[in-house]
Design a protein around this ligand. Structure first.
Ligand code: HPA
Length: 236
């Protein structure tokens, strides 16, 4: 079984709520849909009801594991720090820096489990990432494959000084969810490729202040990315 995890904008796509199933596993509630052998998991729940720091990441990823999911393409709305992925564009994430805090962010929290420290040097599956890049190129979207994603805790946006600091330490895009989610996918042994699509310049980079893409344009981009994810997962 394969899965697509979607976030802001994506959870308004009908594939993510049409046949919603709500389950409770040992970590709490998870909601997902299944269509044509693909699991669609809206990380903020249908209707975007949970802010990033309140998402039950462990319940979501444990559910995918319980469903026998082996491959995931996870999709993230981000702000652009560099031009690598400018607003209205998308690309593959190759590494992350995690500044989130206060979240249940591990399956190995010492509560009855063994103590384990899972390496993150291979957090993103190379083959799956390359397959997505190849599918995108074939469909006319040449995309970068090497973005560094900075995870903030949110729900507030960043200060201009924070974004300047993130740029200096190598961040290309900023969001509030990837670090927590990808670490858990890695711990669960699920292959993952992450796609970031930018909906704004991060704080301090746009002379006009913070401006976001219109809902309709976001939906269009999201639908392209989901289509590419489905094609990629169908080929591997
Ligand atoms: N910052 C954090 N998360 C985001 C942003 C941003 O500018 N845009 C979309 N998600």
């Amino acid at each position: 079984m394969k899965a697509i995890i979607g976030g802001t904008g994506i959870d308004r796509d009908s594939r993510f709520y049409e046949n919603a199933i709500s389950t409770v596993n040992r970590y709490g509630e998870a909601i997902y849909s299944i269509k044509d052998d693909i699991v669609y998991l809206p990380r903020h729940r249908p209707g975007h009801r949970l802010p990033p720091h309140r998402i039950n990441y462990r319940a979501n990823i444990a559910q995918l594991r319980d469903l026998g999911v082996t491959d995931v393409i996870s999709i993230y709305a981000v702000g652009s720090i560099t031009k690598l992925i400018a607003p209205t564009r998308f690309g593959i994430v190759k590494d992350f820096i995690d500044f989130a805090f206060g979240r249940e962010n591990t399956f190995y929290d010492g509560a009855g489990d063994v103590v384990r420290h899972v390496p993150m040097i291979d957090a993103f599956d190379r083959e799956l990432s390359a397959a997505f890049v190849a599918t995108a190129a074939m469909e006319g979207f040449p995309i970068p494959a090497n973005a560094v994603y900075v995870t903030t805790n949110g729900p507030r946006f960043e200060t201009s000084a924070e974004i300047e600091a993130f740029r200096r330490i190598g961040g290309d895009v900023v969001g509030m969810t990837l670090g927590t989610e990808v670490a858990l996918l890695r711990e669960a042994g699920i292959r993952n490729a992450s796609v970031a699509y930018s909906i704004n310049w991060a704080a301090g980079l746009d002379a006009e202040g913070m401006a976001f893409m219109e809902g309709e344009s976001i939906m269009k981009m999201v639908s392209t990315v989901i289509g590419l994810a489905e094609k990629t997962l169908g080929k591997i």
